[in-house]
Write a protein that binds this ligand. Structure first.
Ligand code: GAL
Length: 544
């Protein structure tokens, strides 16, 4: 297997260079107004939240980038073509705000849009509809003059010129944005929203995967999907839990694209804000940390619940999120009740989380072998309680409804390397399943169950093993489980960055069957087919 997206982190350097300055080597952290205030922002609110980040101790723990989202400007540019700050909302202007934040040891982020208008219809940086000059360079220079450190570049209202596909138009626009930021002379982190404009459902489309594949060439992080549900003052108690699960849902399969300087962004942390219980707040922090997601709060920081604040400020969880290896955790197993994730860490530790999707308190027990640690004793630190236990067989605990347990496992001396173990997830969020439902050795695509016949091992010899047998490319175009003979190229697989599992023997791609005609039709077998361009039925999410 190729380990992808894992180039060693360059040594930390002073941000003096402009084109090769390493940015966001760990996931960005901070605050943004959008999910709590939306357009109802002003200088006082931004300053109050910046002050609260400092007073709460969160800033010192890394939450340092304060970003002003949409609606900070007036509806038109000035006579020179520059954006104009709305001085009713921001009486001292943006350079002042940047200075204020920098004096507090914070960084300054700002929102703009790569299309002609922002999502709230303020002037964007892109070409007008129908064509014409863009303002990428001008706006980047303005942001640099305000000492902006981080630009959230949204993708509403982006004009698609005739003769270009939407995907090409977004690619050209975001390349132009990145060039303009570089040419401004000031290192600024680019949060790119391009993929979010291509999302369809949880597994997505070929275009969505294509955009996620290129967006990291220029952006350090990218929103790839739906917004987290915003706070509604009219319905403050409305639950936002399903929105957390929804964003977790689409982000969890995309780990192959993450690494130092490149982060999948499932949107803001609303832990501790109205709409989540303490358990749900813990879950969001734990799941986001397992996924190396940006830790960007979007709430009224001074009004965070004590439980939410404790979760957000938990330094073990922050260290997990910020692990320098930057490897996004992956799903080991998922079913309607539990979800298990694992994440390798820079110092050889392994993090494990268990989400209880149900509303009931449940006992949990995760065999170490299920998460890739065989015949090994580990010291398990429960990152919520801080308690340590020696574990030789199963991680156990009791978990409240909607809560997430998270441990950091330190293998004892003599433990071998952990072996990526867990479900292989494909088209429609279904699982490669070795149950003998349609013939001896058959591998089908079935609903994910967390059962043993979906527990694959991604072995160091490039085989994919299930219950001691190897996934083998058969000459008939189907794949099957066979006695392992790793020298046979028909049993070796390469996992490409686009998610394709390529057979070393045939140069063909593992392909999911067409969805069954009816819900109760028997699951169909996986097969080999010519490798296409980011085909969704050829993208696979593997355990790490
Ligand atoms: C959305 C974006 C939100 C917020 C909003 C502002 O497209 O996802 O996070 O920035 O635009 O209008």
């Amino acid at each position: 297997m190729l380990a992808l997206g894992l180039a060693p982190a360059p040594a930390a350097a002073e941000p003096t260079a402009t084109s090769d300055t390493p940015l966001a080597l760990t996931p960005p952290m901070g605050w943004n107004n959008w999910a709590h205030y939306m357009c109802d922002i002003d200088e006082a609110k931004v300053v109050a939240n910046a002050d609260a980040l400092v007073a709460s101790g969160l800033a010192a723990k890394g939450y340092d980038t304060v970003t002003v989202d949409d609606c900070w400007m007036t509806r038109s540019r000035d006579a020179d073509g520059n954006l104009v700050v709305d001085t009713e909302k921001f009486p001292h202007g943006m350079a002042w705000l940047g200075e204020y934040l920098h004096a507090k040891g914070l960084k300054f982020g700002i929102y703009q849009d790569a299309g002609s208008l922002t999502c709230e219809k303020y002037p964007g940086s892109g070409s007008p509809d129908g064509g014409g000059p863009d303002h990428y360079a001008r706006d980047a220079r303005l942001f640099a003059s305000w000492k902006v450190d981080y630009v959230k570049m949204d993708g509403c209202n982006l004009w698609v010129p005739p003769g270009k596909t939407k995907e090409q138009a977004y690619r050209d626009a975001y390349n132009a944005v990145a060039r303009a930021l570089r040419d401004s002379g000031r290192p600024m982190v680019l949060s790119a929203s391009a993929p979010a404009y291509f999302q369809q459902g949880e597994w997505g489309s070929a275009d969505w995967h294509k955009v996620i594949d290129w967006v990291g060439e220029t952006g350090q992080l990218w929103r790839e999907g739906k917004d987290i549900k915003v706070y509604s003052p009219a319905a403050p108690a409305a639950s936002r839990w399903s929105s957390v699960l929804g964003n977790y849902g689409y982000n969890r399969w995309l780990g192959r694209y993450a690494g130092p300087g490149n982060w999948n962004d499932p949107d803001f942390l609303i832990a501790g804000a109205p709409g989540l219980t303490d358990a749900e707040s813990r879950s969001q922090v734990a799941l986001w940390a397992m996924m190396a997601a940006p830790f960007i709060l979007s709430s009224d920081v001074s009004a965070l619940t004590p439980g939410g604040l404790a979760a957000l400020g938990n330094t073990d969880l922050i260290a997990l999120d910020q692990d320098p290896m930057g490897r996004q955790g992956a799903v080991v197993s998922a079913n309607a009740t539990f979800e298990v994730l694992a994440r390798p860490l820079a110092n050889g530790d392994r993090a494990v989380a268990v989400l209880n999707r149900s509303a009931a308190t449940r006992d949990i027990s995760v065999p170490l072998a299920d998460i890739g640690l065989y015949g090994c004793t580990v010291t398990a630190k429960d990152l919520w309680s801080g308690g340590r236990t020696e574990v030789a067989a199963n991680l156990t605990g009791r978990l409240a409804g909607h809560d997430t347990a998270v441990w950091r496992l330190t293998p004892h001396e003599g433990c071998g390397d952990a072996v990526p173990t867990g479900q292989i997830t494909g088209d429609g969020v279904k699982c490669a399943d070795g149950a003998n439902t349609t013939g001896v050795g058959a591998v089908v695509l079935a609903g994910c169950t967390a059962a043993a016949d979906q527990r694959w091992v991604v072995a160091p010899d490039a085989t994919l093993r299930l219950a001691g047998q190897c996934l083998a490319a058969g000459a008939d175009g189907l794949v099957e489980l066979a006695r392992c003979a790793p020298r046979q190229p028909g049993q070796r697989w390469t996992h490409r960055r686009d998610g394709a599992l390529v057979s070393a023997a045939y140069r063909l791609c593992l392909t999911a069957p067409a969805p069954p005609a009816t819900a109760d039709a028997p699951a169909e077998r996986l097969r080999l087919a010519d490798c296409g361009d980011h085909r969704v039925d050829q993208a696979w999410s593997l355990p790490v």
